[in-house]
Design a protein around this ligand. Structure first.
Ligand SMILES: Cc1cc2nc3c(=O)[nH]c(=O)nc-3n(C[C@H](O)[C@H](O)[C@H](O)COP(=O)(O)OP(=O)(O)OC[C@H]3O[C@@H](n4cnc5c(N)ncnc54)[C@H](O)[C@@H]3O)c2cc1C
Length: 414
């Protein structure tokens, strides 16, 4: 088969490139940065095979005002960006307007996530898999004793999708994760979930496999993609080149709408910005990732650091980082782990989740754009959803039927 070009060397682009190579296709990847240094660099690294609850749920709209007015809250909207984000925000709220929609979306998330560990094993091979993928379980935590309406709905969604968690209380929680604050009242252990030793290393290992397999990497910024008149080819203009390409996969994460501008593709798509603070590994003795569900942040024991990640900030791609978030994250983790040595802080990072309003990525094609494939929009769960997304995209490219229903990821759903 003729060579294919992938725009974007994040986790989605690199999984897709390797999956295409495994089907015998020559692949070229274009990225303006070093592979794995976009959003795929600084996430919480959670591989959450059991994650199937969409972000927008019925009942959420009532919580939004409280979240927005709490400086430590999980959601913020930059006032100057609000008018631009409004159409996306409305679609986001509507996507969680009723339970039926939430259940439908959850099924599609489940299909994308449930085999993430085995799919990573297929892409990485046994040596890199053992180095990077850690199936330790994840502990979800709450400080409230009572379950909220959204907690109860999330329980029903998980149950319907066959996801089972082990409920923990009292000393069982503190035996599993010593050092946790006694303010934690409830916990659930998701034993099939895990994390990656380092998201950057994960992409770099995939990149090594890609180049060992003869893959070509072009480090250039794509300035525009257009369709050549009366032909099935595309013109890609980069900072220093003008290429004619016949087959193309768009995996440019949060920047995908910009990349697609010249093709007239209109989608409700925005970025949910997120932050992390990392600490030296000695700052905390932690064996498994924990997620504070009320405050919506996670703490992951990576190979070279303890990483605390969270927040959804609606402020677009260009606004400067909100530096106040650093102290908020430090305060949140110190509250959860009172003996943590926060003087061992290393980095503060801002990243850009590529987000559709319904928590599902776009893995699809349009009849009007032959041999062009969309592979972006993984929002909060791109590390988890990337390997299955790569399989779906590689099947689309080769005309192989997919084993799951791919309709929920169609670009035409909006
Ligand atoms: C704080 C935070 C925590 C998260 N935690 C988790 C988690 O625990 N588990 C999980 O599963 N997911 C998590 N996520 C989500 C996950 O990080 C993303 O969904 C995922 O990284 C998206 O991958 P991607 O390959 O689509 O995008 P990216 O990694 O951003 O890759 C896109 C690439 O496209 C390139 N590109 C863009 N435009 C152009 C252009 N014009 N020319 C050339 N190249 C271009 C970029 O340089 C970039 O390298 C988290 C995200 C954040 C922000």
């Amino acid at each position: 088969m003729e060579k294919i070009t992938v725009i974007g060397a994040g986790i989605v682009g690199m999984c897709t490139a390797v999956a295409l190579q495994q089907r015998g296709i020559a692949v070229q990847v274009i990225d303006e940065r070093e592979p794995g240094t976009g959003t795929s660099f600084g996430n919480a690294g959670l591989v959450s095979v059991d994650s199937c609850v969409p972000i927008a749920l019925p009942g959420m709209i009532k919580k939004v005002p409280r979240w927005l007015t709490d400086p430590r809250g999980p959601l913020s909207v930059k006032p100057a960006y609000f008018p631009y984000a409004l159409p996306w925000l409305i679609k986001w709220l509507k996507s969680g307007a009723n339970e039926q929609r939430a259940f439908e979306k959850s099924h599609a998330l489940r299909q994308l996530h449930k085999d993430a560990v085995s799919k990573y094993s297929e892409l990485l091979g046994s040596e890199y898999f053992a180095e990077i993928i850690k199936v330790t379980g994840q502990l979800y935590l709450w400080e409230n004793t009572e379950k909220s309406r959204m907690d109860l709905l999330s329980d029903r969604i998980r149950k319907q999708n066959g996801v089972v968690a082990r409920e923990l209380a009292g000393n069982d929680i503190f035996d599993l994760v010593p050092g946790l604050s006694r303010s934690v009242k409830r916990a659930e252990l998701y034993e099939k979930n895990g994390y990656v030793a380092s998201p950057y290393l994960l992409v770099q290992r995939l990149f090594k496999i890609f180049t060992d397999n003869g893959g070509q990497f072009v480090r250039q910024k794509v300035m525009g993609v257009t369709r050549l008149a009366d032909s099935n080819a595309y013109r890609i203009l980069t900072t220093s080149d003008d290429m004619t390409i016949r087959r193309l996969v768009i995996c440019s994460g949060a920047w995908s709408k910009k990349v697609l501008k010249g093709l007239g593709v209109s989608i409700p798509f925005d970025t949910e910005r997120g932050y992390h603070v990392s600490f030296d590994r000695n700052a905390l003795d932690l064996k498994i990732p924990v997620l504070h569900k009320e405050r919506a942040f996670g703490v992951t024991p990576m190979v070279d650091s303890i990483r605390v990640a969270g927040f959804v900030e609606i402020a677009g791609l260009d606004a400067l980082p909100d530096m106040k978030k650093e102290q908020v994250l430090i305060g949140l983790v110190k509250h959860l782990f009172p003996s943590m040595d926060i003087s061992l802080k290393k980095n503060f990072w801002l990243g850009f989740r590529p987000s559709t309003p319904d928590s599902l990525p776009i893995l699809s094609q349009l009849d009007t754009l032959p041999n062009l494939y969309f592979g972006f929009g993984h929002g909060h769960t791109g590390i988890t959803g990337a390997p299955m997304s790569a399989e779906i995209l590689a099947n689309m490219v080769t005309g192989t039927p997919n084993t799951i229903d791919v309709q929920p990821y169609d670009i035409k759903r909006f």
